[in-house]
Ligand binder design. Structure first.
Ligand code: URA
Ligand code: URA
Length: 178
């Protein structure tokens, strides 16, 4: 089936990073800057995600970053179920090829799609789940954090749990300016 998003997208945004990453971030779908560049999480939300990765003591090259859908939904609306269905096989192939130790699900769309759980993200976040044998941490989406900066604290708590599972030492002090 041809996905309707293929008609309005400029670039396919497949994902990028270390194909042997222990940590994989999964977002929702490309935004405007991603659609222009073909790279995931490079717009404003991406800059925040890049800072979160940096606060973990990692770089984008250490992790893998992908999305539920690979083409931008017009106006950044949520992807429709048929669009997710048309695209999800690519994400399954990425997950099974990379076999990360931990997946971080960024936001409601990614988390609901992976877990098939309609519980609000505010209640799902911060609690590890199993996704096909892989440890998964749902947390808020960086775009949501840009609108609700007070929630950054919650995300950092979730990220610290992920660091613990990955055996990454915590920084001596809390990251500032986040
Ligand atoms: N950029 C992405 O690549 N994915 C999102 O979910 C949001 C912004
Ligand atoms: N809504 C979303 O889509 N994601 C969040 O992280 C929070 C609210």
């Amino acid at each position: 089936m041809e996905c309707p998003l293929s008609r309005t997208r400029k670039r396919v945004v497949f994902g990028e990073g270390n194909p042997r990453a222990a940590l994989m971030f999964i977002g929702e779908g490309p935004g405007a800057v991603e659609d222009e560049t073909g790279r995931p999480f490079v717009g404003p939300a991406g800059e925040l995600l890049t800072r979160i990765i940096g606060a973990m003591g990692l770089s984008r090259q250490d992790v893998y970053i992908a999305n539920i859908v690979k083409c931008r939904p017009p106006g950044n609306r949520d992807p429709h179920p048929d669009e997710v269905a048309a695209c999800i096989g690519y994400l399954h192939a990425q997950i099974h090829g990379i076999r990360p130790k931990v997946i971080v699900g960024l936001g409601r769309v990614a988390t609901r799609t992976l877990l098939q759980d309609e519980t609000p993200i505010s209640r799902l976040r911060g609690i590890f789940r199993d996704y096909q044998g892989i440890t998964m941490m749902p947390t808020y989406h960086p775009s949501y954090l840009l609108q609700n900066p007070s929630k950054k604290r919650d995300v950092w708590e979730d990220i610290k749990k992920v660091m613990d599972v990955l055996g990454i030492p915590l920084p001596p002090s809390e990251p500032s300016g986040r």
